[in-house]
Design a protein around this ligand. Structure first.
Ligand code: URA
Length: 195
């Protein structure tokens, strides 16, 4: 992955001094990526929150800890298997949803990450990532767990955002947590089938 890592590092540097939208002025750190650059599995989240902004790493708060647990349930880890990024690289104030103009300004970084890595599986984590990557897709509840054709021959699957799971504690059949369990098992199956 060295060539890819070098290419990604260049864009990470560009991102650090990006002021294409007003979030450049309010961020503590830009949050470019986490996990490991690889050709198999990428997860796209929404935007950095408080802890991500503080540390410059995606998914390091409560939602991130749950995400790590979900991956661990099927033997996957951000240390060895998953590249993690977001639709926005800077934190929106008060964790509000990204604005269309912020997403548009930031899109070149996400597109570059996808183009450089050409991941075979892309997980769209939450409604904001779904809106960014799936034209005309409706609510996350309708599309989660389904495969969609993605860029560079990839397959994309929308999954619930871990923050949503934190707000919905039930594990009963049909609950968001139960559905996530079905999805992560399907994702692991597809991951294992990659050569
Ligand atoms: N939520 C996200 O969507 N991304 C992060 O990096 C953290 C929380």
């Amino acid at each position: 992955m060295t060539v890819e890592s070098e290419a990604l590092d260049k864009i990470r540097e560009k991102c650090k001094s990006c002021y294409k939208c007003p979030l450049g002025k309010t961020r503590t750190n830009s949050v470019f990526s986490g996990g490991i650059p690889n050709h198999k599995l990428m997860l796209i989240g929404e935007a950095p929150g408080y802890w991500e902004d503080q540390k410059g790493e995606p998914f390091v708060g409560k939602a991130g800890q749950l995400l790590d647990k979900i991956f661990a349930c099927v033997g996957l880890s951000r240390k060895t298997d998953v590249y993690i990024c977001n639709t926005l690289k800077c934190r929106p104030p008060d964790n509000r949803n990204p604005l269309p103009e912020e997403k548009a300004a930031c899109r070149e970084y996400l597109d570059a990450q996808i183009e450089i890595l050409k991941p075979r599986i892309i997980l769209l984590c939450g409604g904001v990532a779904v809106q960014s990557m799936l034209d005309g897709a409706t609510g996350i509840t309708r599309v989660r767990g389904k495969w969609f054709d993605g860029p560079y021959g990839s397959r994309m699957m929308p999954i619930f955002h871990p923050s949503y799971l934190l707000r919905n504690d039930s594990r009963e059949k049909g609950s968001p947590k139960w559905l996530m369990w079905q999805d992560i098992k399907e994702i692991k199956k597809a991951y294992d089938a990659l050569e």
